[in-house]
Design a protein around this ligand. Structure first.
Ligand SMILES: Nc1nc2c(ncn2[C@@H]2O[C@H](COP(=O)(O)OP(=O)(O)OP(=O)(O)O)[C@@H](O)[C@H]2O)c(=O)[nH]1
Ligand SMILES: [Mg+2]
Length: 491
């Protein structure tokens, strides 16, 4: 069974029972909304400090230039990008209700008109777009965080933070940082979901953003970025907040996915520049835009820099030197250099499989918040929901797995590297064979044998009188996980 499937079924049953009992009450739409969220796509928010590259990365993940990346009012409003059968943009108003907004495509970018509305009237903008990448997850662009208390930061924090009173509107967060800053850690810490099964870094991934700019866009910028990301990844202060750190040059990825033939033609012209002149041009942006140094107009050169950055232009020159000559050939090369695939695989391997679990957890928090409100008008339903939510929370092995995975990432545990690796696989594996480290087509006999072996292994570790209490909890959860797999394989 996949991670989160069993608990999702339980939460869904809980909600459908509640929907039936509250059918004629004013609470019905809220219960309905919870069910829809549980069955809908994962909601992934993109957050980070001002100008970290959030909107650009969002566009790269969608493969279209939907989010505005310049200044302008819309960058200060929480904006949802969801899959739709057609094209539709609307504003959800603070005063209640939704209002359609006019929009157009300007040179490939989506441009939204607020009509008579001003920024402070709008709670959020919704863009429904028939992009395939939005079917599995909706993406949410959030206003840049500056200081802990400015207006934009407040909007983003209100949206993302969860506490005992309110679950977060997002199921997972991609947090962008150009380099690690003390305020990044504070923001990330504030987003952590402290509900239901304790804080968990599994629903946050950190991106070392605008990675191509490291070392002024030198040709080895991404290698440096990878080394820095590696260092952050093992930093205890980050480990306890985010599942991993990946370097991405979002601009390069966004441009690759929207690359035009005329841009590649300009790059070819540039490549034909005399070698020593070209080398001088590629030394700095000033040299690059110097009006005497190329057959291309200054405007075209500026536009190339805006679309590719210095690193991208340098990479493109190398690729053309290797024989690349069309947009169709260039795009995959630029994507490869951008690091986008690394982020995509984290999303596919970690976020999406855990989506069900994260959503079930969010739904359960919401159910618990509903209970006190129901108490007066529907005491019996309130009691039943409270009891059931409590029971699911306490008995769901998958929530225990999340918590154990979190404990495992905490600093100061004395554990062998191999055990740590195997435990992470076991606790967060998205399917039973993956959790046991077996191939997807492993036979029933293999699954049974391996799960029994692992029960024995982790029970033995848990019985070690010298093991730390947190580790004992992790080992016991690992053993229970394997028992569960054994039971579902035999049953
Ligand atoms: N070189 C380079 N520039 C980037 C990259 N990502 C974004 N930029 C540039 O950085 C500027 C800000 O990018 P945005 O995507 O708007 O950043 P943001 O975090 O959404 O900004 P706010 O919403 O205003 O906080 C733009 O000029 C982008 O072109 C990148 O990966 N590499
Ligand atoms: Mg933005």
């Amino acid at each position: 069974m996949s991670l989160g499937t069993a608990v999702t079924i339980q939460v869904r049953e809980l909600l459908s029972g509640a929907a039936e009992e509250l059918r004629t009450s004013p609470f019905a739409p809220r219960v309905q909304a919870l069910s829809e969220r549980l069955d809908g796509p994962l909601r992934v928010a993109i957050a980070g400090r001002v100008k970290a590259g959030k909107s650009t990365l969002l566009n790269a993940l969608v493969g279209e230039r939907l989010a505005p990346t310049d200044a302008g009012e819309c960058t200060k409003i929480v904006s949802w990008y969801e899959h739709g059968s057609g094209y539709q943009v609307s504003a959800r108003l603070h005063a209640g209700g939704e209002q359609p907004l006019a929009f157009r495509r300007d040179g490939g970018s989506l441009s939204i008109e607020l009509g008579g509305l001003v920024e402070r009237d709008i709670a959020s903008i919704r863009v429904a777009w028939p992009a395939k990448s939005l079917t599995a997850m909706s993406l949410i662009d959030t206003p840049g965080l500056a200081s802990i208390n400015d207006d934009n930061s407040r909007r983003t924090r209100e949206f993302l933070e969860s506490d005992t009173d309110r679950p977060s509107d997002a199921d997972a967060v991609i947090y962008l940082m150009r380099h690690m800053h003390r305020t990044d850690l504070q923001f990330l810490d504030a987003f952590m979901d402290r509900s239901v099964s304790a804080a968990s870094p599994v629903n946050a991934v950190a991106v070392l953003s605008r990675a191509d700019e490291i070392g002024a866009g030198r040709i080895d910028a991404m290698d440096s970025a990878r080394r820095i990301a590696e260092r952050y990844r093992v930093d205890p202060s980050i480990q306890s907040l985010a599942a991993t750190v990946v370097p991405v040059a979002g601009l390069l990825a966004e441009t690759a996915l929207t690359l035009r033939e005329d841009e590649v033609a300009s790059l070819r012209t540039l490549h034909a520049t005399e070698t020593d002149v070209l080398e001088r041009m590629l030394l700095s942006t000033e040299n690059f835009c110097d009006s005497h140094s190329s057959g291309l107009t200054v405007e075209i050169r500026r536009a190339l820099l805006e679309r590719l950055g210095m690193f991208g232009v340098r990479i493109a020159m190398t690729e053309i030197g290797l024989g690349v000559s069309t947009a169709a050939e260039m795009a995959p090369r630029l994507i490869e250099h951008s690091g986008l695939d690394g982020l995509r695989s984290v999303i596919n391997a970690q976020f999406l499989p855990r989506a069900r679990l994260l959503q079930a957890r969010a739904a359960l928090v919401s159910v618990r918040l509903l209970v006190p409100e129901l108490r007066t008008a529907h005491p019996a339903t309130a009691d039943r929901l409270e009891r059931e939510a409590e029971r699911i929370d306490a008995s769901a092995i998958d929530f225990a797995r999340l918590r154990a995975a979190h404990l495992l990432s905490a600093a100061g545990l004395r554990i062998a590297e191999r055990d740590a690796r195997d435990l992470e696989r076991l606790l967060l594996g998205s399917t039973d064979p993956a959790a046991l480290g077996l191939d997807a087509d492993a036979s029933r006999a293999q699954l049974m044998q391996q799960s029994l072996d692992e029960v024995a292994r982790w029970r033995e570790r848990a019985a070690d009188p010298l093991a730390q209490p947190a580790l004992i909890e992790v080992f016991e959860t690992a053993a229970r996980t394997c028992e569960g797999i054994y039971a579902s394989t035999t049953g």
